[in-house]
Design a protein around this ligand. Structure first.
Ligand code: ATP
Ligand code: MG
Length: 425
């Protein structure tokens, strides 16, 4: 026998029970997005590589080393598996002129691909829910997006998720800060690690995000972007904070919070679950007013965030929420004999007509063996059909989990009502 092929490292299979937990959370997410009037879009997994280079920034981790890029062997085009969703969403908004009649609230979810070192909470194929408010300039939408996250944690029953926010200002403010930041870092060049040296002139703001303990004192003493912000940026930031306080949210202003993507300006935020350790950011986002123009379109302000679903699921699991297992059928149909087998099909369909989930035994076997399967399926009831029942157009209903309930025989036209009674009363 040849060797069994394995999935790519960092790209996970999600199997039953776990996949049911995903589904339960998906349903909750859908209601949550609707509650804030975000409308779904479905976008390609593959986009032209230049889209990400232009949107995310050439000197970012993602574009420098995390993208799955390849040449389309049929026409030579440079393509990339999407590492995030914002670039594609803005591309689609421009391509279809979605903002022609005003701002839009859009959302999507699906797999993203980054060539990272796989570890807990960090995968090469992972899933995000993305939320994008396109065409909105004021601090109200930033605050609403942050508040909406809080509601999701509440809906999920999550506790211990904390919020950090910062204001990145505008390009001119950042470039004044950047010049002084580089000067500060250059004055202590001997303390910089290789990564920081490499970033010094390409993306110095990212050095502030370094986790290297040896550099923390240097970073602590570095010029703070917030001291370079003008009146308008500070007013925007204050506006966001007023609304967060009105909503009773606790948060910390973290002046070192920067994001790994170049398109952000003004508000940035992260929701962090410390219990997940160094992969603790479950949700991150902010404003990206420059992105429309950067992608060649008419300028439009925008704000969005992305939720990492694997991390969110890990957190719900850690906190004992969403057990899964909802995929068990309600009724398992066992049958023996040719007439019974044909009648069993009618029985199963009649139950499904009444919205009851049914696993019809397929593949034969003795009653005893079939009852074992019924038991193993976690169904609440077995519907038993022998030749006798088939001839009378009846079914024996056997409760599998509630010893107090009696087995009983019911006619086909009474079946759904009888099952409903046993399941839901
Ligand atoms: P990190 O600092 O953890 O690398 P990031 O800044 O690269 O995160 P974003 O691009 O802002 O992350 O993505 C938003 C969210 O998507 C993250 O907060 C995280 O929850 C999730 N995420 C990002 N990369 C991965 C990954 N490789 N595996 C699993 N989830 C991820
Ligand atoms: Mg990253």
């Amino acid at each position: 026998m040849s060797e069994i092929l394995q999935a790519i490292r960092g790209m996970n299979d999600v199997l039953p029970v776990e996949a049911e937990r995903w589904q339960e959370i998906d349903e909750l997410l859908r209601d949550w997005l609707r509650a804030y009037a975000y409308r779904p879009v479905r976008l390609p997994l593959v986009e032209p590589t230049p889209l990400f280079a232009r949107a995310i920034g050439a000197a970012t981790d993602i574009v420098e080393k995390e993208m799955y890029s390849f040449t389309d062997s049929l026409n030579g085009e440079q393509l990339t598996l999407r590492p995030e969703g914002t670039a594609g969403c803005v591309r689609a908004a421009l391509q279809h002129n979605l903002l022609y009649d005003g701002p839009k609230r859009l959302c999507y979810q699906g797999p993203m691909f980054r060539h990272e070192r796989p570890q807990k909470g960090r995968y090469r194929q992972f899933h995000q829910v993305g939320v994008e408010a396109l065409g909105f300039a004021g601090p109200d939408i930033d605050a609403e997006q942050i508040i909406m996250c809080r509601r999701l944690w509440d809906d999920l029953g999550l506790t211990e998720v904390r919020l950090e926010i910062n204001c990145l200002g505008q390009t001119e403010e950042r470039s004044r800060h950047r010049a002084e930041l580089i000067a500060h870092l250059e004055a202590h060049a001997e303390l910089l690690d290789a990564d920081a040296k490499r970033r010094l002139h390409s993306n110095p703001l990212r050095i502030l995000d370094s986790k290297n303990p040896a550099m923390q004192a240097l970073i602590e003493a570095a010029p703070k972007l917030i001291d370079y912000l003008g009146e308008a940026s500070l007013a925007h930031f204050a506006g966001v904070q007023t609304l967060l306080k009105d909503a009773g949210l606790n948060y910390r202003v973290n002046p070192r919070l920067v994001r790994g993507l170049d398109y952000y300006n003004l508000t940035v935020f992260e929701w962090i679950a410390d219990s997940l350790g160094s992969q603790g950011t479950i949700c991150a986002g902010g404003r990206y007013d420059g992105l429309f123009a950067q992608l060649g379109g008419k300028p439009a302000p925008a704000c969005g965030f992305a939720l990492g679903l694997e991390r969110l699921l890990a957190l719900t699991e850690e906190q004992g929420l969403f057990a899964g297992g909802a995929g068990a059928p309600e009724v398992y149909v066992v049958h023996q004999g040719e007439q019974a087998a044909r009648f069993a099909f009618r029985v199963a369909e009649a139950l499904r007509d009444a919205n009851i989930s049914v696993q019809l035994h397929c593949g034969g076997g003795s009653f005893k063996a079939q009852m074992k399967k019924a038991d193993g399926s976690a169904a609440m009831l077995a519907a038993i059909i022998g030749d006798d029942e088939a001839a009378a157009q009846e079914v024996s209903l056997k409760p599998l989990r509630e010893p107090a309930q009696q087995q009983r025989r019911v006619a086909l036209d009474q079946l759904a009502a009888a099952v409903g009674e046993l399941l839901f009363d």
